[in-house]
Ligand binder design. Sequence first.
Ligand code: NDP
Ligand code: 2IT
Length: 445
Amino acid sequence: MSQIDEVIAKVKEKDKDQPEFIQAVTEVLTTLKPTEEKHPEFVKAKIYERIVEPDRIIQFRIAWMDDNHNVHVNRGYRVQFNNAIGPYKGGLRFHPSVNVGVIKFLGFEQTFKNSLTTLPMGGGKGGSDFDPRGRSDAEIMRFCQAFMTELFRHIGPDTDVPAGDIGVGIKEIGYLFGQYKKIVNEFTGVLTGKGLTWGGSLIRPEATGFGVVYFTEEVLKTKGMSIEGKTVAISGFGNVAWGVVQKVAELGGKVVTLSGPDGFIYDPDGVKGEKIEYMRVMRASGRDRVQDYADKFKVKFEPNKRPWSVPVDVAIPCATQNELDIEDAKQLVKNGVKCVVEAANMPCTLDAMKYFQENKILFGPAKAANAGGVAVSGLEMTQNSMRLSWSREEVDAKLREIMIKIHNTCLETAEAYGKPGDYVTGANIAGFLKVADAMLAQGVL
Ligand code: NDP
Ligand code: 2IT
């Protein structure tokens, strides 16, 4: 039995109550098999076994009081997964579906994603099962303060640098940063995704979505195509979806769907102009539904359905994990989809991803395609250290360059390991090799 098979079996046994983590480990390790033969030194040093075990998992209680003086208790997590190539780096997610297995899968993925960015960042992720939906600003502030009152002792600009993710945007980062600063009495780049007047980077809010579209352009280019004139289905209507919609519209493509927990909207004219701005209004309303878009712009609303039945050239899931399954994949392929790119983390189930690949659909995996967000977070850290700010154009140009590099690295690595055109294998192996080399050099830890 190969060491990789043994490790997968062990994770399935030891972490059997963590399905998302098992899914991520199975996907990554399966594609790493060709590295086992080429690198007996990794096998000897048990790198495969060590890399699936987080450096540490921190879990804590967050007690806070709502506006009616009722006390609530939530769970907080920070998984510091791997710091072989830089300080732990990764977002915080506030969503009722958060548990230790979800944060572990995200931290594991983040380790390889951050390695792909070319920047010196390790992998980490955190969050809470707190549900921000329907909470007042004051409640969110008190929750963030309570969260940071525990988290502050575990993070720092050279130790661990959190950022946003689902349910954590610029507002929450502000409250978290304020509390950190208050406790530690230091103004440092301990969080990214900050506001522009207090250390944030231009383009960070748009970076994940822009990066996804830059990556998609490169993927399409390999087959002589481009975004221009293409119809695109996306899910979600949050931060990442908003960035994707802007860049697709700018490049002459047409995003025709958005989705929320209530269903999806179909807008055959494309989400553009004032409609893009309206996405932010919808999100800020805290109502968490896309039906408002359909009502305002008089387009079709399909309640309780996902957008994958709509015939499109390109599909970009932007909401959450496992939101596109095998049935959705079959429907998309039947309807002639040419390219599927993951903007959310692990949005496609393993069999959906396999189905796309078997049917020769161009497929861009999350850890490569959505790395633009954390890459610009890395650029924010650089600017903070240098105590200066780059212009919009400078950051955007760097982001574009990084996405092109990631794309080419995926293809070159896939080719070198006998899997031409397989972005999943390319991304996993390229991300892994850099971390594995560093772990090997740093000894048995
Ligand atoms: P937002 O909170 O801005 O938006 C998230 C969207 O996904 C909302 O529409 C939300 O609706 C929906 N969603 C979240 N969880 C679920 C769920 N369990 N079931 C159905 N829908 C859900 O988050 P982001 O746009 O920042 O994040 C979207 C995805 O992109 C996530 O997978 C995130 O990990 C990934 N990502 C984000 C980056 C960033 O920089 N922000 C960087 C790279 C990846 P609702 O709240 O009602 O559930
Ligand atoms: O999944 C991700 O890459 C993020 N949520 C962004 C992390 C970051 O540190 O900017």
